[in-house]
Design a protein around this ligand. Sequence first.
Ligand code: GLC
Length: 770
Amino acid sequence: MTTDSFDFTDSNQQVQVVSGNKSMTFSVIKPEIVQVFQDYGKSTHSYAVEGDKTIDTKYAVSKDGDVITIKTDALMVKVDPQLHVDVYDADNHPLVVHYNGQRESINQNIDAAHKKIVRSEGHEVAAIDEASDTYYEVLNQLDDDEQFYGLGGKTGFLNKRGYEYDNWNTDEPRPHIESFTHLYKSIPILFGIKQGHPYGLFFDNTYRSHFDLGKESSKYYVYSADDGNLNYYILGGATLKDVVADYTYLTGVVPLPQRWMLGYQQSRWGYSMDQSRVEEIVDKFEQYHLPLEAVHFDIDYMKGYRVFTWDTDKFADPKAFLMSLRKRGVRVIPILDPGVKQDDDYDIYQEGLKKGYFAKNKDGSVYINRVWPGKSAFPDFGNPDVRKWWGKHCKFLLDNGAAGIWTDMNEPATFDGDMPDDVVMTDEDQPSTAKMMHNVYGHNMAKATYNGIKDATGKRPYVITRAAYAGTQKYSTVWTGDNQSLWHHLQMSIPQLCNLGMSGFSYAGTDIGGFSADTTPELLTRWVEAALFSPLFRNHSALQVRNQEPWVFGKQVLDIYRKFLHLRYRFIPYLYDCFHNETQDGLPVMRALVLNYPDDKTVRNMNDEYMVGDNVLVAPIVQQGQTARAVYLPKGQWIALDTGVEYTGETTILANVPIDKLPIFIKKNTLLPWGQEVEHISDQPDKTMTFRLFGDAATYTHYQDDGVDFNYQNGEYNEYAVSVDAAGNCQVKLNHHGYDGQYQTVKVQLNDRLVTFKYDDQSAAYVLAD
Ligand code: GLC
C-alpha cells in the first residue's frame, strides 16, 4: 500500500483516517480520552456510555509519511496505513503499542484428533480455532513490566496478567475458581500499568469477547470479539486514579445510596417460605442486639415463582407484615428473576404475550426455557417499552412495602441449555438477537427496575443485580453471585471487590459466610471481619446449607460478630462520605492498594489487603487457622486502630490477629467521622456527629444530606470543614447549602480530650460549648 491512499479528514474532534478502502475514526472526547471506531455495520448504540461525553478539547492532527498523529495535551495516538494504533502519554512514554508479529497459539500444534482424546476424559480443551467472518482481534505488545487490572469481578487474583478471560455473562454453579474465564458480569475495561505508566482500554462491544493477557505469549496481549464494531476508548492520565476516573466519566458513577443501604443485611434462600421464620430472624437480631437494616426475600415469597405475585398462603397480608417490620426498623428486599412463568392463567404472562414483550425464536414464536418457575418466557429488556412495563409492575412490590428489589438470574440463566444466539431481541428501536443483547440483558433489567422504583417512590432506588455490563453501576449494586463457604472464596473476595471497584462498581459485595456449602464458625467470623468495609454488607446462604446467622455458632462467634457490626456502624458516616466523594471523583470506596500507591511495586499484586478511600487500610485474616499475619504498610505513617501504635510505612509488620481481631490502620493525621452504634439507621437527621483524630493535626470535609431522596441534587446538603492544628486547636465550619438537618452538636475527639461544639442559631455557626 502506498502512502498516497493514506490520509485523514478532521472535523469537530473527529478524525477519520482513510487507508485504501478502509477507514477508522478517532474521536477526541477530552484530552485523556480518545475513542477508536471501525464500522463493521453493527449497532452503534452504547449501553455503557449514555449521552455525548465530548468536551471541547484542543488537539492537533498531522501526517508524516506513513504515520498520522493525533495529539492532545494528554495523549499521542499514532496510526499507520494498516490502521494499527500506538498510543503514548504526554511525556512520550509508550502506553499501547501494536504487536506486529504472529500469534503463537498454544493449541496450534495439537490437532483435532488429539483434542478429542483429551476431551473424552472430560477435560476442557480450547475450541478448534474457526474464526468467523465477523471475528476480529487487537494485538498489543506486552512489556515485561506491565500489570493489568479491572475487568469487573472476574475470579482469580488482583493482577490479571498471565490469564485469559471471556466476556459472556454466565450463571456458574460450580465452585468459582481462578481458571474460570467468565462469570455473571462482562465489564470489558482493562487498566494497564506499563513500565509504571497507567492507561485504560475500554472495549464497548456487547458481543462475546475475549482477553488474553499474556497467557498465550509473554510478548503480546489480545482483545478479540466474535462480532460487533471495533469500538474502544483509550484512556490516559497522569495516575491510575486519573485513568479510573476517565472510565467512570464515560460510563457513570454509582449514585449516592440511601444511608441505610450501607448497614447490615441478612438473607437466606428459604426465609420467605414462612412468615414466622422471618419474624424469628428479626426477633433474634433484636434479642442479641445486632444491627439490622434489611431482610432479603428470596424466590419463595412468590406464588409458584411467578414474578410480581405474593403468596398469601405464606403471608396473609404482606403489606401489613412488611409495615410491622418497618416499624421495627427492618426493611424487606424481595427478589425478581426475569423468567415469566408460561401460564395462561397468569396476567403478567398474558400481558407480555399480548404486547409482544418476550424474546422470540426466529420463527416468531415466544422463546421458552426453564428456570425456577418451570417453563418461562424472557422479557425483551432491550426494548424501552418492555423496560417501562417491567418498571411499572415493580410498583406492586413497593406498594406492599418493599424497600428495594434484588434482580437475579439475569445473565439470563436457563436450565435447559443456553439461549441460542439467534433468539430475537430488541436493541432500543432496532431488531437484534441474543448474540448482541445477551451481555446487556441484566443491565437492562436492572435499569428497568431502577427507573420503576424511582418513579414509584422518588427515593434513591436500591437494586441488586447479579448480571451486569459496563455502566450498570448507574442503576444497581452488584454481588459476586453464588460463591461457596470455602476459604479460597473468602480470599478471592478481596481482589474481586477491588477490581469491581476499579471497574466502576464501587457498590458491591459478596455473600458473607458463603452461599453454597457449609460455613464454619471460624470462616463466618473471618468473613464478616474481612468484609467489614465491603460496601454491600449482606450475609446470604443457600437453601440446603448449614444456617449461618450470627448466633448459630454460640456465644463466642455471636460476640465477635456483634462487635464487628458495631464497628461497621462507627464507619458508616465515613463510608457515606466515600460514596459522596465517589460521585465527584469517580473513584471506588473499597480500593486495591495499587490504586492509591501505583508506584509501589510491592502492592501491584496485593490480594489480601485493601483500602477504604485514601486513609484506611485493612489486612484481614483469610487463611484457616491463622492468628498472625504479615501486613504491608505503604509509604507514610500509620496508626493501628485498636492499639494506637504508630508504624512507619514501606515495611512489613507482623500483626497478632486472634479470632476476634481485624488489623485496621489509619494514615497518620487523619480525621474520621465516627458514627453511632445504632441498631437501625434512622431516616431522621442525626443530632450529633463525632470526629476522631488520628495523629497530631488534620483536616476533613464531611458531607451531609437527608440520606433518602434526590433533594441533594437541588442543593439540599451541607458540608463541614473540620480541622485540628498541631497545637490542638479545633475548628468546625458549616457550609450550609440548604439541608436544614445540621447537627446540633459536633464533637472532636483528640488524643487527650474531647472538644464539643454547639450549633448557634443566631450566627448559624458552631461555637465551643462550655
Ligand atoms: C441464585 C442466586 C442466589 C439465590 C438463588 C435462589 O442462585 O444467585 O443468590 O439465593 O438463585 O433464588
